[in-house]
Design a binder for this molecule. Structure first.
Ligand SMILES: [Zn+2]
Length: 234
């Protein structure tokens, strides 16, 4: 057998060569219990919309740019708010919160990106038990299908420090996801294009083709971001 010296590693499989960008790892809550430790002091909060037409009808989620009803989706929702149910906007808004957590099952840092159900419960823990970073939390998911899922958020007692191994892992900024970047609003122009059926990939491909002068580097994995102050809040 020939002895070929090849670096054996899964690390590079599926990653974009040369891209320094980390892949986002989302915490997927399955049925049953997921044990986590919250790492960030507070979640980043944003409003999202789902655009059914985007991506050739496959749909895409966007971060609401907010503003004085400049968001075309918010404007549509607001304009049709008082109409009979069947004539109301097909769009809706969802408040989302995200922060970095350590997942004991996968042994890695992941992004907990969820709505009010889970985050209101986490906030209650904070009120009752103090800093949510000081103890492990179990999230119990039960039920399936829209409207049938319930979550229970349970603190592990007594609070205990992280092991040195986990502490080292979560203490390394390289292992954390950029929640501010994740929550940055999309632009009106991007939303308009998505409403016309385009995908983020289309939009960025066109942008890159038009750009004769290299400007700011476009982040392909986290499209459509403009700057907005980060306002963590519970
Ligand atoms: Zn909006």
């Amino acid at each position: 057998m020939e002895n070929v010296n090849v670096e054996m590693s899964w690390d590079l499989v599926g990653t974009d060569n040369g891209g320094a960008k980390k892949d986002k790892k989302y915490l997927k809550l399955g049925q049953g219990t997921t044990k986590i430790r919250i790492i960030d002091a507070a979640p980043a909060v944003r409003w999202t919309h789902w655009i059914q037409e985007a991506n050739n009808g496959r749909g895409s989620s966007v971060n609401c740019p907010g503003g004085n009803n400049e968001c075309p989706l918010c404007a549509d929702i607001s304009a049709k708010k008082t109409l009979p149910k069947e004539q109301r906007s097909k769009y809706s808004s969802r408040k989302m919160h995200c922060l970095n957590v350590y997942n004991y099952e996968t042994n890695q840092v992941e992004l907990l990106d969820e709505g009010v159900k889970i985050f209101n419960s986490i906030k209650m823990l904070m009120v009752e038990m103090g800093d949510v970073r000081d103890y492990n939390i179990k999230i119990m998911k039960q039920g399936q299908g829209l409207g049938n899922v319930t979550y229970q958020v349970i603190p592990e007692f007594p609070p205990a420090p992280l092991t040195p191994e986990i502490q080292a892992l979560v203490g390394n900024p390289d292992n954390l996801m950029d929640v501010q970047m994740h929550c940055k609003p999309n632009s009106i122009e991007q939303i308009n294009q998505l409403m016309q059926g385009k995908s983020f990939k289309d939009i960025f491909t066109e942008q890159n083709n038009e750009a004769s002068v290299p400007t700011e580097q476009v982040d392909q994995t986290d499209p459509g971001v403009t700057t907005q102050p980060y306002t963590p809040q519970f």
